[in-house]
Design a protein around this ligand. Structure first.
Ligand code: NI
Ligand code: MN
Length: 222
């Protein structure tokens, strides 16, 4: 399967279905993609309601008829806005591409509406099993002991936030990777805004721990 990083927390997984996580595309300074150039998206996995994750969900879902998966309260908010969304609440489900598990993230979830923050429940991560592979997508999260449970999944790939401030920083991401033990770790959620700019020594730390940096637009085959 082909996995393309679009910058920040937006990842395209092309397997049995075309899956995208947190499609922050048009407002993403790191993402060189345009909505027009995207392949048809079958599934959108949302981790929470913050604008740098909700991104272009409505536009893509309306254009492609994508299945949108989100934590319950965010799914309800999307449904009110006319975007049909499948609610999950830290369960597992087969949605036509393999078993999907919603897993814990230590983060908040809200959407901005008329200048105020509307609470949209809990933030989450996902374990995506598709095409014979297991991918952990952490979303926005701090370091948590729950991550040790993910080692049982024997992930082929883990996307971990490393930018700090709103999520784990590089040091905590290294601790997370030691708990999760994925075959490969790819950093996300850095360099898109001043508060999450990665320092050179953090980049070197992550590289020395085997993290593989993907530039926006860069793809790997799993
Ligand atoms: Ni967030
Ligand atoms: Mn974020």
């Amino acid at each position: 399967m082909k996995i393309t990083c679009a910058g920040h927390a937006c990842i395209f997984i092309e397997a049995e279905k075309n899956i995208v996580t947190d499609p922050f595309i048009s407002g993403n300074p790191q993402c060189g993609l345009s909505l027009d150039g995207l392949p048809k998206t079958d599934v959108i996995l949302l981790t929470h309601g913050h604008g740098d994750h909700l991104g272009d969900t409505a536009e893509i879902a309306k254009r492609d008829g994508s299945l949108v998966v989100a934590p319950v309260e965010l799914a309800v908010w999307l449904n009110i806005k006319g975007v049909k969304a499948h609610p999950m609440n830290f369960g597992s489900m087969d949605l036509g591409f393999g078993r999907l598990s919603m897993v814990t993230a230590t983060h908040s979830s809200s959407v901005s509406e008329n200048g105020s923050a509307v609470n949209t429940g809990n933030a989450c991560g996902y374990v995506i099993r598709t095409g014979g592979k297991t991918i952990y997508f952490a979303g926005d999260t701090g370091l948590s002991a729950d991550m040790a449970l993910l080692a049982d999944e024997k992930p082929d790939l883990a996307f971990l936030p490393v930018g700090g401030n709103y999520t784990m920083d590089a040091e905590d991401a290294v601790r997370a990777a030691r708990m999760i033990k994925p075959a490969l770790c790819v950093p996300i959620h850095y360099d898109t805004m001043p508060a999450i700019t990665l320092k050179e020594k953090e980049r070197l730390l992550l590289q020395s721990e085997g993290f593989r940096f993907l530039k926006p637009g860069e793809a790997i085959t799993l």
